[in-house]
Design a protein around this ligand. Structure first.
Ligand code: ZN
Length: 427
């Protein structure tokens, strides 16, 4: 779908702050957040004291590097030891408005009046007059309630749908002339396919014109199908429940997700916690700076991404995440760059000639060396030409080159072989 020309409407003036103003704003909010969390949240005080860092030493985003990253497993452990909130609450317990639960279990608290999801729905075009099905669950998890309120903040009518019976969803969407869908890409495709099986022509019989996705990434091919075959404009957002919700969202450019100003988001080396620069792949680490009730500092999401500082034509000035490329556990560091299994797979399997592959990382003369073992399909053509094309693509996607290609006979690699093998020894 073509990008509409003309000025964009913004939900919030923070979205268009000049870069320098944003840096100052984030630093100021961060210093306030750290001071409050240290004072009110015993778990945070412990983390700082153990690291030998005083809250007054955290004045800028860069200063966060002095602190360890707290992960989901740490939260589960701390909440078990000190139930129910693990020492992260920064308000009196009787002031807690609502509690959500995520697997672990982890208890998260949140207050209403939080507008940051609304920016994401606004950027996706939801307005008064829209009738939207929210197909995320309203049970325990924050998704149902938070997305509901955010859609209301944009003026839309929300159908309190939740998960469940596809046929009832289809009937409701038809009866209420629903214009917007909120859910996962997979579920929207399930709905469309089921509607077609029931004899409907989705494009003609339904009024759905925009969809907002989170919870899973949207493959480019599926996006194309939604937009070109079904006329549904799609946007995605990146959200994590533990630090409190929306982290980044797409604008009409659909080229990366703008970071929210309600968080300090760092991309770090998951092994050292050091911040990485634009274009470098690392773990997304999040510190909420607008949640006065929750003292979570440097939450490690386990998701791997990179960011760009390039100017976005939409007018929003926040940096953009360039996509979630995989999980930290599936990444391996080669010559200082993280190679994520899923991302490598995407690059390699975009070549039809490839039947199976395996990346082997070794050391030669004190340098990491990456070998790609390839099993080709019959009549795959000239291997040297393929190696050249594939390496170019691999570099575009993973920002690092393969050193050697090893074309192996059919049947050498087992179907379920490990995609990246680390054979380095450090002696
Ligand atoms: Zn933009």
């Amino acid at each position: 779908m073509a990008v509409k020309a003309g000025p964009e409407e913004f939900f919030d003036k923070l979205e268009v702050m000049p870069a320098e103003t944003r840096q100052k704003y984030l630093n100021r909010k961060l210093a306030q957040t750290v001071a409050r969390a240290y004072r009110q949240a015993p778990a945070v005080k412990k983390i700082f004291d153990k690291a030998g860092v005083s809250p007054t030493q955290v004045k800028t985003v860069k200063d966060l590097e002095r602190l360890p990253v707290t992960r989901k497993t740490d939260l589960i452990e701390l909440q078990k030891k000190k139930p129910p909130y693990g020492g992260f609450l920064t308000i009196p317990p009787e002031d807690v408005e609502r509690v959500f639960m995520s697997p672990g279990p982890i208890y998260e608290i949140q207050h209403s009046g939080i507008k940051w999801f609304a920016k994401s729905f606004w950027a996706a075009g939801f307005r008064k007059g829209d009738v939207v099905v929210n197909t995320f669950t309203y049970h325990m998890s924050p998704a149902g309630v938070l997305f509901h309120e955010a859609l209301r903040d944009c003026g839309a009518t929300v159908v309190v749908m939740g998960t469940g019976n596809t046929e009832i969803q289809i009937q409701t969407m038809r009866d209420l002339k629903v214009t917007g869908f909120v859910g996962t890409p997979t579920f929207l495709m399930t709905v469309i396919k089921r509607a077609e099986e029931m004899g409907h022509k989705f494009r003609q019989d339904f009024a759905v014109k925009r969809a907002w996705f989170t919870g899973e990434m949207l493959p480019a091919s599926l996006r194309k199908t939604f937009e070109e075959e079904y006329g549904i404009d799609t946007r995605q957002a990146y959200a994590v429940t533990e630090p409190g919700g929306a982290i980044a969202y797409e604008c009409r450019q659909k080229s990366g997700m703008h970071l929210m100003d309600e968080y300090v988001v760092e991309i770090v080396d998951p092994e050292t916690g050091k911040q990485l620069g634009p274009g470098e792949i690392g773990e997304i680490v999040v510190t909420p700076i607008h949640n006065k009730a929750w003292g979570l500092i440097r939450f490690g999401t386990g998701d791997m991404s990179a960011y760009t500082t390039e100017v976005c034509p939409c007018g929003r000035t926040a940096n953009r995440l360039t996509g979630i490329v995989g999980r930290a556990g599936d990444a391996i560091k080669v010559r200082g760059m993280f190679v994520v299994a899923r991302q490598a797979e995407q690059a390699i399997l975009s070549f039809d000639q490839v039947a199976r592959f395996q990346i082997v990382v070794g050391r030669r003369e004190h340098r990491d060396e990456m070998t790609l073992r390839l099993e080709l399909k019959p009549e795959a053509g000239e291997p040297d030409k393929l190696a050249e094309d594939l390496n170019r693509k691999f570099h575009d996607v993973c920002r690092i080159k393969i050193d050697r290609f090893d074309f192996v006979d059919e049947g050498t690699l087992p179907a379920e072989c490990k995609k990246i093998v680390d054979e380095r020894t450090w002696r």
